[in-house]
Design a protein around this ligand. Structure first.
Ligand SMILES: Cc1cc2nc3c(=O)[nH]c(=O)nc-3n(C[C@H](O)[C@H](O)[C@H](O)COP(=O)(O)OP(=O)(O)OC[C@H]3O[C@@H](n4cnc5c(N)ncnc54)[C@H](O)[C@@H]3O)c2cc1C
Length: 400
């Protein structure tokens, strides 16, 4: 039986995070050190310092590397509380892509690699990027289209290719790069991940992309690898296991996106509900008009169901199950349902919703990409449909 009750220490932790976000982080939301490519490094460091002082930094990371060592169920509660503010995940050092990279390094890196990159990452001292997607008909929804190569030359690998939509690349210290590995004879050895320094000769940021969202430090960039040479000690995991190890990162990362966005959508709903209880039109409060009241009711059910779906998937992961289909289902459902909550909240606010006077406008812009990154909804549905057609028992009759 699934137990959704929270132990007292988690209730206490949630209250501490709620209080921290409302008292220390929400007041910084209008800080001018933010632009179209996200919060600046100054502001990020200030947020990290606040998170550290509150004893809340890196709740997802193992204690050994300086984190709080929470399991997925506890993360669901803490990440949701942090998501209340667009700056909350930064203050707790649980923002993508660093949060997923922390998990990946913890699970796959050697002890030496962990000491060099995981420890400062968990301390919030460095930022990292994850480079998989490519322009020009390369890897995207279908990673098998990958064009970037890492060709073996003696003890080294020479990486050549382009990546784009790389979050946080500008200002990061480490780039985790996925490339198709070629032997010295040109034979295909499968995809491999490499740890590449951002100042490695041959690497450059081609351009900073102008995007709808603006919540990510460093924004999103197109980057180029022009024969970047790395030694074998820069292999993350094993040669040819890149796609498999990417799942180590992507499964939990899909779920943690849901957790953070649940907090953000709850904030939008709270702002809309408050407005609906104060604003009048046609002789009554707008919330008393069925058209608005029903939207609030739909928000409440979407939020409730998302929380249940997240906690169920978190529970499965804590039991050691891969839960690949469940995290896929959860990602599709939450990205769409939470997007609807934010959209309805903005509608209820009328013209105010379009302005920067509430945080809803910002969350509305930021949440849209959630239906695309870490697998567009259609690609998850495509994978789920294939599993159903192949007779997957859990998906063919999920209630059983
Ligand atoms: C804000 C943001 C941040 C990102 N950060 C990173 C990052 O840090 N690192 C990184 O490597 N990548 C990143 N990405 C890239 C992201 O992972 C890709 O956008 C995503 O995998 C989809 O690939 P694509 O954009 O090439 O879409 P395409 O592959 O061009 O697909 C376009 C559309 O085709 C449809 N489609 C595709 N396949 C199917 C199918 N089987 N059935 C039905 N419809 C289908 C979908 O609607 C899809 O949206 C980021 C993207 C965004 C938007």
């Amino acid at each position: 039986m699934i137990d959704f009750s929270l132990p007292q220490e988690l209730v206490d932790l949630k209250q501490r995070v709620d209080h921290f976000i409302r008292e220390k982080i929400v007041p910084l939301e209008r800080d001018p050190r933010q632009g179209p490519h996200g919060p600046g490094e100054d502001l990020r460091r200030e947020l990290i310092a606040l998170g550290r002082a509150a004893g809340l930094l890196s709740p997802h990371a193992p204690v050994k590397w300086g984190g709080l060592g929470l399991d997925h169920r506890a993360m669901a509660v803490v990440f949701e509380a942090a998501g209340w503010s667009p700056l909350g995940p930064l203050a707790l050092n649980i923002m993508a892509p660093d949060e997923g990279n922390t998990n990946l390094l913890d699970k796959v890196a050697t002890d030496e690699q962990k000491e060099r990159w995981l420890r400062p990452l968990v301390a919030g001292e460095i930022r990292t990027a994850f480079s998989m997607t490519e322009p020009d008909d390369g890897a995207g929804s279908d990673p098998n289209l990958m064009k970037t190569t890492a060709r073996r030359h003696g003890d080294e690998f020479v990486i050549a290719g382009r990546k784009w939509l790389i979050s946080g690349a500008s200002g990061a210290s480490l780039n985790i790069v996925m490339a198709r590995t070629l032997g010295e004879d040109g034979s295909d050895r499968g995809a491999t991940m490499f740890l590449v320094d951002m100042d490695a000769p041959g690497f450059r940021i081609v351009r900073q992309l102008e995007t709808l969202d603006s919540n990510m430090p460093g924004g999103h960039a197109e980057v180029e690898f022009d024969d970047v040479r790395v030694g074998a000690e820069r292999i993350l995991g094993q040669i040819g296991r890149g796609f498999r190890n990417a799942q180590v990162r992507l499964g939990p990362a899909r779920l943690t996106h849901c957790m953070r966005w649940l907090g953000a959508a709850r904030r939008c709903h709270a702002i809309a509900a408050d407005y609906a209880r104060r604003r009048h039109a046609f002789g009554k409060l707008i919330g008393e008009h069925q058209g608005v009241g029903f939207q609030l009711a739909d928000n409440a059910s979407d939020l409730h169901l998302c929380r249940l779906a997240i906690r169920h998937s978190a529970w499965l992961l804590d039991r050691g199950e891969k839960a690949r289909n469940e995290t896929s289902l959860c990602k599709v459902f939450c990205s769409e349902a939470l997007g609807r909550v934010v959209d309805r909240s903005l509608q209820i606010l009328g013209g105010l919703g379009i302005t920067g006077d509430t945080v809803v406008e910002r969350i509305y812009r930021d949440i849209r990409a959630f239906r695309i990154y870490d697998g567009p909804s259609e690609v998850h549905r495509f994978a789920l449909a294939r599993a159903i057609m192949s007779g997957d028992p859990a998906l063919s009759d999920p209630i059983a």
